[in-house]
Design a protein around this ligand. Structure first.
Ligand code: ZN
Length: 304
């Protein structure tokens, strides 16, 4: 009996009728190393941005930096510990599960690997963009998100300052998106690393030449774009919602190029709160339970 042609086995492995075993094996190895890969890149980007902020800061910070960093980094430790306790699988694990069970859009489509990674990462980024808009629009969600905006200064640690309840809700939304889309575990890992890395980059209190910023913001959200989102002015903090890709804001009418008062004069934070108390870890944790004040109610007042 003649041996099967080489293409025959390839066709079976990548047929849209069942999972690809080569892909599954790669996803399994990604899943096993996810923690190490993410932690290494996280610490590398954090250290790099912290040094850049020391060497070329864009604005003078208004609060005591060690005290503020203790609060912002304390939240990261708390969120990481709670995440491990509450979620038996994270987004990369959910993608692996979807692959194993041949579930979700991308598993049925069987696109070339590179295209699947690019399209899946862009769609997950779009999900995060709309999720961010909803967190501003719906008062109950704004309660959870405003801790991020209450930071009276804007630097790399602001990128990490999210309430544990907000993190838990975001994770549920992400798991839902992964279950529907069924992207490769590699695509989800790349997206998670990019989301975390670009968030730390674009929250950086770093000096970037304006000419370079103009070009860079065609491809990625830059610190100047992101700083507008941290203004105390409602029209400004209800703009520039993107984390990775800058295109969604332009496409959906929420793009604002610069703050009205300029990057030196603009005020950072929330209109109703200010000062060192906003950097206190306990204050941050109880903020969702404090009543919403007139200044930040109505939220997306003048979205255009
Ligand atoms: Zn926001």
């Amino acid at each position: 009996m003649a041996a099967p042609a080489p293409w025959a086995s390839t066709k079976v492995a990548s047929a849209p009728s069942g999972p690809s075993y080569k892909k599954l094996a790669m996803s399994e190895s990604i899943l096993q190393n996810e923690g190490t890969i993410r932690l290494t890149i996280f610490l590398g980007v954090l250290a790099g941005m912290a040094l850049w902020e020391l060497a070329a800061p864009r604005r003078i910070l208004t609060q005591n930096k060690p005290y503020r960093w203790f609060g912002n980094l304390g939240i990261v430790v708390l969120n990481t510990a709670l995440g491990r306790l509450l979620f038996p699988i994270l987004a990369v694990g959910a993608a692996y599960w979807a692959e194993q069970n041949f579930w979700g859009l991308f598993n049925w489509l069987a696109l070339p690997g590179w295209l699947e990674v690019a399209v899946a990462a862009a769609l997950l980024d779009l999900t995060v963009y709309w999720q961010h808009r909803l967190f501003h629009k719906i008062p109950l969600l704004w309660r959870l998100h405003r801790m991020h905006h209450a930071d009276p200064d804007f630097d790399v640690t602001t990128a990490l300052r999210f309430h544990p309840l907000k993190i838990a809700l975001s994770m549920l939304i992400k798991l839902g998106a992964v279950a529907i889309l069924g992207p490769a575990a590699l695509a989800v890992l790349i997206f998670e690393v990019l989301l975390n890395g670009t968030a730390m980059f674009n929250h950086g209190n770093v000096r970037l030449p304006l000419g370079l910023d103009r070009w860079l913001r065609l491809l990625v959200v830059t610190p100047h774009m992101r700083r507008v989102h941290h203004s105390v002015e409602a029209g400004e903090y209800n703009s520039n919602f993107g984390f990775n890709l800058p295109w969604w804001d332009r496409l959906f009418g929420s793009y604002r190029a610069q703050p009205v008062l300029g990057h030196d004069e603009m005020r950072i934070g929330l209109p109703e709160y200010g000062g060192g108390i906003c950097a206190n870890l306990i204050w941050m944790l109880v903020l969702p339970f404090k009543p919403l004040q007139a200044e930040s109610q109505g939220i997306e007042h003048d979205q255009g």
